[in-house]
Design a protein around this ligand. Structure first.
Ligand code: F6P
Length: 329
C-alpha cells in the first residue's frame, strides 16, 4: 500500500480545504494510506501528522481556512531542517507529499524532491501570483470579498461625497487590486507592477471627473504599491487621504482591508478548481510521479516540473489596466 501525505503551507486561502479533501478522497479511493500533516513544513519536521480517511474530510468543502493549519517555517529552509523532514518521511513511510501553497512552499517541495521525496505542488494563494498558472486557489473568493467590502464602503462614500482609499492584499502582485478595482469602478488603481505618478494618475483624474459632475471617488491600492507612494513623499494610504483633502478639497478616508480578504466560504470556482487540482496531484503521486506543480492554463489542468515552474515569468495584463483607466472616469 502506498503512503502519501498532504500539507498546507504559507498564507491560507479559501478553497484549500476543498483541495485537501480531494487529495484525501482520491488517495483513499485508490487504495493508498493518506496522512494529513499539520502546520505545513513545521509540522512535517515535528512529525505532527495523522492518518486520514474518507470521513476525515467531511463537511469542509464549504469552509475557508485550512483544516490542516498553515505555517511559514524558516527552519525548513536550512539543510538541518530538510534532513529532519526527510527522516520523518522515512519513519512514516511517506512516499510522496502534496504541498498546497504558494511559490515559497514550492521551493520547499523542490528541495524535498531533489532529496528523494516525491512532492507535487498545488497553487493556493489569494494573490494569484504563481507564475505557471493563470489561476490560484482562493483568488476568486478573495476578489469577491474585496468587491463586497468596497461596495459597502461605496455606500457611505457616496452619501458623504468623499474619496475612499482602500488598500488590498498583494505584496508583490497587483492581480487582486486590478480586477477588484475594475469591479468596483475605482477612479485610480495603484499597482506594484505599473509605475504611477500621484499628480497624473490620481489628482488629475479626480479633477477631470469632478468637472463631469462626479462627487465621490474610490481609489484601490495594492499593498505592494504603498512603497511607491512613500517614494513620492506620501506616507501610505492615510498620507494619500490627507494629500487629496489638502490639494483637491474632497474629504478622504483610508481603509486597509487586511485579513478579511483571506477568509470566508470559498466560491464555486475555488471549490471546483481546488477539487480538480487536488485530485490531479494525488493521481500524480499515486503514479509515482513527483517534482511537479499542478497548474491551470486556459481552463485546463496540467503539470510542470517544479524547477521549470519556479523559473517561469508571468506579467500583469497591461491591456486590462488600460481598459480600467479608460472606463473608470
Ligand atoms: O497570502 C499572501 C498574502 O495574502 C499577501 O498578499 C500578504 O501580503 C500576506 O499574505 C500577508 O500574510 P501574513 O499576514 O499571514 O503574513
Amino acid at each position: 500500500m502506498k503512503t502519501i501525505a498532504v500539507l498546507t503551507s504559507g498564507g491560507d486561502a479559501p478553497g484549500m480545504n476543498a483541495a485537501v479533501r480531494a487529495v484525501v478522497r482520491t488517495g483513499c479511493e485508490n487504495g493508498a494510506r493518506v496522512l494529513g500533516i499539520r502546520r505545513g513544513y513545521a509540522g512535517l519536521m515535528a512529525g505532527d501528522m495523522y492518518e486520514m480517511n474518507l470521513r476525515s474530510v467531511s463537511d469542509i468543502i464549504h469552509r475557508g481556512g485550512t483544516m490542516l493549519y498553515s505555517a511559514r517555517s524558516k527552519e525548513f529552509t536550512t539543510e538541518e531542517g530538510m534532513q529532519k523532514a526527510i527522516s520523518v518521511c522515512k519513519e512514516n513511510g511517506i512516499e510522496g507529499i502534496v504541498v498546497i501553497g504558494g511559490d515559497g512552499s514550492f521551493r520547499g517541495a523542490r528541495d524535498l524532491s531533489v532529496r528523494g521525496i516525491n512532492c507535487v505542488g498545488v497553487p493556493g494563494t489569494i494573490d494569484n501570483d504563481i507564475t505557471c498558472c493563470d489561476y490560484t486557489i482562493g483568488y476568486d473568493t478573495a476578489l469577491n470579498t474585496i468587491m463586497d467590502m468596497v461596495d459597502r464602503i461605496r455606500d457611505t462614500c457616496e452619501s458623504h461625497e468623499r474619496c475612499n482609499i482602500v488598500e488590498v492584499m498583494g505584496r508583490r502582485a497587483g492581480y487582486l487590486a486590478l480586477n477588484a478595482g475594475i469591479a468596483v469602478g475605482a477612479t485610480s488603481i495603484l499597482l506594484p507592477e505599473i509605475d504611477f505618478d500621484i499628480q497624473t494618475d490620481i489628482m488629475d483624474r479626480m479633477r477631470r471627473t469632478q468637472k463631469t459632475g462626479k462627487k465621490h471617488f474610490i481609489i484601490v491600492v495594492a499593498e505592494g504599491a504603498t512603497e511607491k507612494l512613500v517614494e513620492q513623499g506620501i506616507s501610505g494610504i492615510s498620507g494619500l487621504a490627507r494629500f487629496i483633502e489638502h490639494n483637491i478639497g474632497v474629504e478622504s478616508r483610508a481603509t486597509v482591508l487586511g485579513h478579511v480578504q483571506r477568509g470566508g466560504s470559498p466560491s464555486v470556482k475555488d471549490r471546483v478548481i481546488a477539487s480538480r487540482m487536488g485530485s490531479y496531484a494525488a493521481h500524480l503521486l499515486l503514479d509515482g510521479v513527483g517534482n511537479r506543480v499542478v497548474a491551470m492554463q486556459k481552463e485546463e489542468i496540467l503539470d510542470f516540473d517544479i524547477v521549470e515552474a519556479l523559473n517561469m515569468t508571468k506579467s500583469l495584463d497591461k491591456d486590462i489596466y488600460r481598459t480600467a483607466m479608460e472606463i473608470s472616469i
